[in-house]
Write a protein that binds this ligand. Sequence first.
Ligand code: KG4
Ligand code: ZN
Length: 337
Amino acid sequence: MLFLALETSCDETSAAVFRDDLTILSNVVASQTDLHAHFGGVVPEIAARAHLRNILPMIEEALKQANVTLSDINCIAVHNTPGLVGALLIGVTAAKSLSLALNLPLISVNHVSSHIFACRVAAARDIFPCVGLVVSGGHTSLFHCKSALEFELIGGTRDDAAGEAFDKVAAILGLGFPGGPALEKEAALGNPQAHAFPRSFIHDDSLDFSFSGLKTAVLYALHGVGNAKGPFPGPGARRADLAASFQTAVVDVLVSKCDKALRQTGLKRLAVGGGVTANKTLRAGLEKMCAKRGYELFIPPMNLCTDNAAMACLAVEKYKLGRFADLDLDAEPNSIG
Ligand code: KG4
Ligand code: ZN
């Protein structure tokens, strides 16, 4: 059985073809990074218009790479939540149109759950139950994942997402967009111990995150503004040291909260997804913590970590349970269920 899946939640237009045994036949992505770089962040209106231009070519390319035609497809899947509403609507509308025109069942998939399910696909074996961490430009969330479709939110950010903090701090430091990769490169040249930046909530039992104070601390350190804790170093501060100290503060918090979530739930498996997972310091930190405590760590390869349509093969699980969507399916920007 063949599925065609679509992803348009943020700034990547993606289409994928996969089989019901979770074999991915194609997974093509059109990135809009260049369109948004000038603005230093994703502009929703521009994202939606670019999805509109890219969606049909991506579908055609996904079918071509899978060596199939539309008439071979048995089911349509789409990420309809969460994300930018105008962006999501392009994928949802295209999926509903295909479902109606081809008389095929339609399945809606939660984008955040898909980020965790990407670990299941990459591992090619069961990963549930597990703790799931999704770290991207839009999310920093911890889940108790009881099964592929039963997720309980056990922690999340109270302000910025981790990737958003990387992007904003990169902008403060005059590095490019997207900021994550540029900041990681700069951090490699610096001393992570140069600045003792705040690690919010690291010592309490909460599994929540906060990165906005950290972002402000980097700004103060750069400009030499003093606060209750004393004067920050000022214009003499090396950019690489600021980047390295910021990165290590984010990683410390993410690793520590994963450790706490695993201990609090009694689970032994950690599945991680989202664009920030590209960060080598984060990967190393999670690997070290999991090795020390005897946890199993699942991180998919990069093409399945960043936004893509193949991770929507979670739709196969919904198909087995007969959980189909109707043609009144809507884009839901904020839902996480
Ligand atoms: O999952 P993703 O591709 O898109 C969504 O936000 O849904 O994640 C993109 C985020 C951006 O904030 C980007 O700066 C961050 O992931 N990112 C990184 C790295 N590569 C991408 N953050 C830190 N280090 C990286 N190497
Ligand atoms: Zn994502």
